[in-house]
Design a binder for this molecule. Structure first.
Ligand code: UD1
Length: 425
């Protein structure tokens, strides 16, 4: 479990080592969070494999436990979820306020109990992250929803939610997953149009299907869910973490090293691989995984973040770190979250030349970065300063590690195994 006193920890990185070797990718953090909520739709036991031990997973475990679910880690990466006794429809504020994905309990509780009271969620401060799309979706499914005293309170009007046709605004990932869960046990058929196509959506659909749900079209913009009366438990392995995998490939690239990331699904990060190649990194994909090898040059490239299969917004800050030491000027236009730029001030402290104009970071590569005291202001901004620290001259001291712990399993051990000089103190 993650302990509160770890919040005072620091990560010390002595930059300059070329990273070399193999690193195995962990199970997908975002996929796991959705899977944990989906598992609880069945009054049964579900076993999830490949679950990463990171703080967000522990927090959601505690939230589910507060609802009456038994959640237990068993050995390496196996999470046993016994939702037979789930009976509480109110999710605890103290835990939910820290994590956006806590709002998946709304779809779960509506689908399972017909009632949900869930706090307006927190999460990374990467922009205003309202839940209005989710609420509109629940209403379309026939729930009565009010927001009062910081809680979203939803209740089915008839005995169950009612199938509907709903256009998902901005192809929101969270909305698509929440509605897919809620609609799984609705009466009648639900059609989600403009659904998100992210691998995490497909993964949740595959799990729900293993639990007895009738879902087709996940991975396309139109998902059709035929409601069933009841779901049952399943045994399921979540997909590898494409964002963690991307971070380690960038670690190989930024240090002009040679890193093989094992166990990922290369098709999940095609957009990143294309951009790394464009930047001058040699990418090889084979049965073992994906290898990123520096060839002594790093060129500036331009990026627009976009919904899947476009360039993921979560890899914007790590890629920006890479561009701080590339030759030339690159632009990264953020189209998903308006405040993804928390990393900018931190990288500037390390000597990066970045300015932000509206939704775009303009980065001119410098000859070298210098180590400095910096903060992990959110999960991916945290990854950006770690990456910069790996290549900076001297010592980088990173605080607010809680944010890195939320999304990266065994970060220090994995970096050390690749030859980085890094300590947690
Ligand atoms: C998920 C991921 C996050 C990733 C993001 C986009 C998890 C736990 N998080 O976040 O890492 O960066 O997908 O791939 O899986 N929006 C609204 N109203 C809503 C819902 C969303 O305005 O009710 C907006 C958001 O502010 C954002 C956009 O829609 O601008 C897309 O957000 P969404 O896809 O829902 O992201 P999350 O599911 O929160």
């Amino acid at each position: 479990m993650w302990k509160k006193d770890e919040a005072m920890d620091k990560l010390i990185i002595e930059g300059g080592n070329r990273l070399q070797g193999k690193v195995a990718v962990s199970g997908g953090k975002n996929s796991t969070l959705a899977a944990m909520a989906a598992a609880c739709l069945a009054p049964d036991v579900t076993v999830l494999e490949n679950v990463p031990r990171c703080k967000d997973v522990f927090t959601l475990s505690e939230i589910l436990q507060a609802l009456g679910v038994r959640v237990e880690f068993e050995g390496q990466g196996r999470l046993v979820i016994d939702a037979r006794e789930l009976s509480t429809h109110v999710a605890p504020y103290e835990l939910c306020r820290h994590m956006r994905a806590s709002f998946y309990t709304a779809g779960l509780l509506l689908g399972r109990l017909g009632r949900a009271e869930v706090p307006l969620p927190g999460g990374c401060s990467i922009g205003s992250r309202p839940v209005d799309f989710h609420i509109r979706g629940f209403q379309a499914l026939g729930a009565k929803v009010v927001t009062e005293h910081g809680y979203v309170k939803a209740r089915v009007q008839k005995r169950r939610l009612q199938g509907t046709v709903f256009y998902v605004p901005r192809s929101s990932v969270g909305t698509t997953i929440n509605l897919m869960m809620a609609a799984s046990t609705a009466s009648g058929t639900t059609v989600l149009q403009n659904a998100a196509r992210e691998p995490e959506v497909v993964d949740t659909a595959v799990l729900l299907t293993a639990m007895g749900a009738k879902i087709r079209g996940a991975g396309t913009p139109t998902i059709v869910i035929e409601g069933v009366r009841k779901l049952h438990g399943a045994h399921y392995a979540v997909i590898p973490d494409r964002l963690e995998a991307g971070t380690y490939l960038i670690a190989g690239a930024i240090t002009q090293g040679d890193v093989l990331v094992e166990g990922l699904i290369p098709e999940h990060i095609t957009a990143l691989l294309t951009k790394l190649e464009e930047a001058g990194i040699e990418i090889t994909v084979d049965g073992e995984g994906v290898r990123a090898r520096g060839r002594g040059e790093l060129r500036a490239v331009d990026i627009d973040t976009a919904p899947y299969p476009g360039f993921p917004t979560d890899l914007h800050p790590p890629f920006a770190a890479l561009m701080t030491v590339a030759k030339g000027t690159s632009t990264i236009r953020e189209t998903i979250f308006e405040s993804r730029f928390g990393y900018v001030d931190e990288l500037r402290r390390m000597g990066a030349n970045i300015r932000v104009e509206k939704d775009t970071a303009i980065i001119t590569g410098v000859e070298y970065l210098t180590g400095a005291p910096v903060e992990a202001v959110d999960i991916r901004a945290g990854a950006a300063v770690v990456l910069a620290g790996l290549v900076a001259r001297g010592k980088t001291e990173i605080t607010n590690l809680e944010n890195l712990d939320r999304g990266y399993e065994n970060l220090v051990d994995k970096l050390k195994a690749l030859g980085a000089k890094v300590e947690r103190v």
